[in-house]
Ligand binder design. Structure first.
Ligand code: KIV
Ligand code: ZN
Length: 520
């Protein structure tokens, strides 16, 4: 690798990724994702935005304590209190970084910040200087850089470096850039910021025009040596640059890019699946690198070629991404715990004995209803079991539904509360799911709004499990629930209870405060 340059991989799944509409990770989920990102060997994990909520601060502090290896970054506006709060959350990290941002485009400075250029440069200087009192590693981002006056970007970046910023990140905040233009923009930053050699240039691209991967790589060709993105590309609006694509492009095309990363690419599939599970944002089948069809061949000509030599139609080896090859271990109702543990290991899942016992019980239930339990069934089981850890205010003991085209849909439910007492009630609804949810609300006294309900088949076939994902809104926050069962009405009831339990377990204080970029 002597003629390739290292690209530092900065993962912001837990910060910008969590800004995706309708998702919110629990603290345990954040720690689990951070651990898996450390296994992937990314260079920097942006663990959150400490000023937004006590829940975010707690998650960051736990990640700092429990996750070793990558630099742990926390985001802060160019505001003294944000920087102090970020440091409080980050101080337990092996290698902490404070990441400061401020709007730099005319539209954002005038309309949102209501500050002029001089004020903004002064705020940036003061913020970087304040962060430097706490930590040597400070990143600075002029937000909306690609819609800003380039001369102003050079000036503000130079000011940040003079105060000690060690990374200068150029965000394409609204996904406006075009690859050739963006490469030129980064080259110009390199050539026009006098002290740029004292800092590493980074790029941070959003996907509004579907060009975030291309723009990130173009940025690297222009001289950036850090790339920011999220797993599966989750994030605000159309999302952030998907790191799995960037990492595999760098690995696949060193002949053109002359770059490398230190990422252990064999962990990519496991992280992607974990993020899919905890975010509830399903990957499209044809998603590059990690989608279900990314290495499946359907046409006869392609199948013939791949059977003769894999490389005829595959530019990457699925093993390099950690995609499990068809295993010789088939999981059925007669399978034992060793077989199950081995398949889980292939998926990058290493449960404790207690977690494994729960997963094994759930596996047996599914195996009773199906001939064969495949990886997709296992992912559905895992999705549910990881939620159970944090949610136990109410559990489902029984659900019974009657309906048809000549009777009103009616549901009875029996729930068990945290003390172990049973409660039963029934309700009529506009459909069977509505009837179930109304019956549950009667028992629990819940007050929320169902904002999303989707059901999909986990695998093919008449005996497939149905996976239900729902979102509810309570106290101004969205909570997600997910469950899989061969009976979709049972899955619907359990998914609703998961979301409900989450809302009960989340204190109002953990709900993020609305932030503006202009507060001082
Ligand atoms: O998109 C953006 O500009 C950001 C900054 C906070 C870096 O996420
Ligand atoms: Zn962003």
């Amino acid at each position: 690798m002597s003629d390739t340059d290292k690209i530092y991989i900065f993962d912001t799944t837990l910060r910008d990724g969590e800004q995706s509409a309708g998702i919110g990770f629990t603290i345990d989920e954040k720690v689990e994702v951070a651990r898996q990102l450390a296994r992937l060997n990314v260079d920097i994990i942006e663990a959150g935005f400490p000023a937004t909520s006590p829940g975010d601060r707690e998650a960051i502090a736990r990640i700092c304590k429990e996750v070793r290896g990558p630099v742990i970054a926390g985001l802060a506006r160019a505001v003294a209190s944000d920087i102090d709060t970020a440091w409080e959350a980050l101080r337990g990290a092996e290698t902490p970084r404070i990441h400061i941002f401020i709007s730099a485009s005319e539209i954002q400075m005038a309309q949102q910040l209501r500050k002029n250029r001089e004020d903004v440069i002064e705020m940036a200087r003061a913020a970087v200087a304040r962060a430097k009192k706490y930590v040597g590693d400070v990143e600075f981002s002029p937000m909306d850089a690609t819609r800003s006056d380039p001369e102003f970007i050079y000036q503000i970046c130079q000011a940040a470096i003079e105060e000690g910023a060690t990374t200068i990140n150029i965000p394409d905040t609204v996904g406006y850039a075009i690859p050739r233009d963006f490469e030129e923009f980064i080259r110009n930053v390199r050539n026009n910021v006098p002290d740029i050699d004292k800092a590493r240039i980074s790029v941070h691209c959003h996907n509004d025009l579907g060009m975030s991967t291309a723009n990130s790589l173009a940025g690297a060709l222009g001289g950036a040596r850090q790339i920011e993105g999220t797993m599966n590309g989750i994030g605000e609006r159309a999302g952030n640059a998907p790191l799995e694509e960037i990492i595999m492009a760098i690995k696949t095309r060193p002949d053109f890019l002359h770059l490398h990363t230190d990422v252990n690419t064999r962990e990519l599939y496991a992280v992607s699946k974990l993020v899919e599970r905890v975010s509830g944002l399903a990957l499209q089948s044809h998603k590059a690198v990690t989608g279900k069809n990314a290495f499946r061949h359907s046409s006869g000509i392609h199948q013939d070629g791949v059977l003769k030599m894999r490389e005829t139609y595959e530019i990457m080896n699925p093993a390099d991404i950690g995609i499990p090859a068809g295993s010789s271990i088939v999981l059925t109702k007669v399978s034992g715990s060793h077989g199950l543990r081995s398949r889980l290991g292939d998926l990058g899942v290493h449960p404790t004995d207690e977690e494994f016992a729960r997963i094994y019980d759930a596996f047996k239930d599914v195996a009773d209803a199906k001939d064969e339990v495949d990886d997709r069934d296992l992912m559905a089981i895992l999705g549910e079991q990881t939620q159970i850890k944090v949610e136990d205010a109410w559990t489902l003991d029984l659900v019974q539904v009657s309906g048809g085209d000549h009777s009103a849909p009616t549901a009875s439910v029996r729930l068990v509360d945290a003390k172990g007492d049973s409660h039963m009630d029934a309700a009529i609804g506009t459909g069977p799911v509505d009837a179930i949810y109304k019956a549950i609300n009667r028992v629990t006294g819940a007050d929320n709004t169902l904002t999303e309900f989707s059901v999909k088949s986990v695998t093919e076939g008449i005996d497939a499990q149905g996976e239900v994902t729902i979102r509810i809104e309570a106290n101004g926050t969205t909570f997600q629930g997910r469950a899989a069962d061969p009976d979709i009405l049972v899955a619907a009831a359990r998914a609703y209870l998961h979301a409900l339990n989450r809302s009960i377990a989340t204190p109002a204080s953990a709900v993020p405060e609305p932030l503006t970029t202009g507060r001082n």
